[in-house]
Ligand binder design. Sequence first.
Ligand SMILES: CC(=O)N[C@H]1[C@@H](OP(=O)(O)O)O[C@H](CO)[C@@H](O)[C@@H]1O
Ligand SMILES: [Mg+2]
Length: 541
Amino acid sequence: MDEAILAASNKHPKPDGKVFQYGTAGFRMKANLLDSVVFRVGLIAALRSRKLGGQTIGIMITASHNPPEDNGVKLVDPMGDMLESSWEQYSTELANAANEDLVKVYRKLEQDLRIDPATPAKAIFARDTRASGPALVKALVNALKESGTEYTDYGLLTTPQLHYLTRCTNTEGTPQSYGEVSEKGYYEKLSEAFVRAMDGKTTKGALTVDCANGVGGPKLKELLKYLPTTVDGGLQINVINDDVLNPDSLNSECGADFVKTKQRSPPSSKAASNDRCCSLDGDADRIIFYFNDPEHGFRLLDGDKIATLAATFIGDLTRAARLSDELRIGVVQTAYANGASTNYVEKTLGFPVVCTPTGVKWLHHAATKFDVGVYFEANGHGTVVFSPQALKAFYTTKPESPAQATALNTLQALSELINQTVGDALSDMLLVETILAHKVWTPREWDTTYIDLPNRLVRVEVNDRNIFKTTNAERKLVEPHGTQQQLDSLVAKFKDGRSFARASGTEDAVRVYAEAATRSEADDLARQVAALVRQEGSIHM
Ligand SMILES: CC(=O)N[C@H]1[C@@H](OP(=O)(O)O)O[C@H](CO)[C@@H](O)[C@@H]1O
Ligand SMILES: [Mg+2]
């Protein structure tokens, strides 16, 4: 087998001098550098599956919101969650092994991790719509074959669909079965749960969905075939930016990242004032909402607003279901959450807020500590996770009134509708539609629940971003020494000022975030902190 692995690896050689790192989003870079990485990820999947007694590992080939010429690959653990952190290091090691040492490093990992090579290995995989996908799949398949891994190729899927299928595959036939192991099973589960959660309520007006010209487009159109349509008072959806035939259009002038960073609608949107709109990213694991207010112009309803909407609704339902004393509801955010949203959750809704470092794996983990853990990054990646106790309460509490029965029924439906493995744009979209329908809210009513503090995010390029080290969920700098004190004295000059700087995990830059009472003050604070970061970056070279 070793000779066969080596021979196959020689068809996917590592480019000279290139260093790879499994980061927040797996491996991600220009697609033409990824061939060897994807091959080696196939070998890691084999090891991980064997280590876990032959459970199925998921592999997703995508670069999400990044430009069309990029691509990436990440691994999914058996329950549909992100790869366990310690394995990021093993993946990095194998990806960086010299071509001639590859088999040696592979076997050493196998030994060090006490993996029995005789254990069967299984993997499933899918890819987004990028042109580079099929060639990378070939590299992956070669590694899976030569490492003796049984595999299923699911073709094109959204990232959350692959997470769903990974969990379904590993729970099939058990009491924890997550659903039917097929793409169709995913649509059926979502549509049945949606109809049940809507409980006869209807949405008002159409929702315009911008699919970033990515895999979300065809998958949303497939989902719509299973959902009730306008004919029976169901959803009205206008799909835009669903061109997957022109690879260059992916994430170009559209998509969740464009809308969030540019703070405006995709130019292609024809939505009228007050119409509900949302944008997915390139692999449909992120969603943000927005609308054009005739008075105030473009209004963004970001991940923070989705989190507060979901927490409000589920909080009301648990009270109506008389479960609020026994179930702990909490909201998990990162430092990028708008201060007004944190304040709203703590003071108005009365739920605890936990802040974690950037990257959904941290948020997801913290959310599982609650019975109902609502987590969203401000950029729209998130979901709601329910503990086994919460599910038991939803399904076994005997209702004593029709109102309690209705609330329990809706909670059961939500636990099926909301993807429990990872943030899922299609599932989150249906969740928001459900809540707005129940509340009979337009986006304007949702928007005015609290008013965001003006904020600014700046990207600062420095010589070595890694000299900026943080603590306290990335909110305070510990290095370079003394920088935090200078930052604090800048912040102190601004009303409602808050700012922090951290090295990006996905780009070679430091990100500076600032918020303050007014637009000009937020901009000013961001500018001053960015200048401080630039200065410190040049002193400590
Ligand atoms: C401010 C921001 O939006 N950061 C993003 C970005 O991380 P950075 O470490 O900031 O580059 O990419 C991550 C992976 O997609 C995502 O989880 C995160 O929210
Ligand atoms: Mg994504």
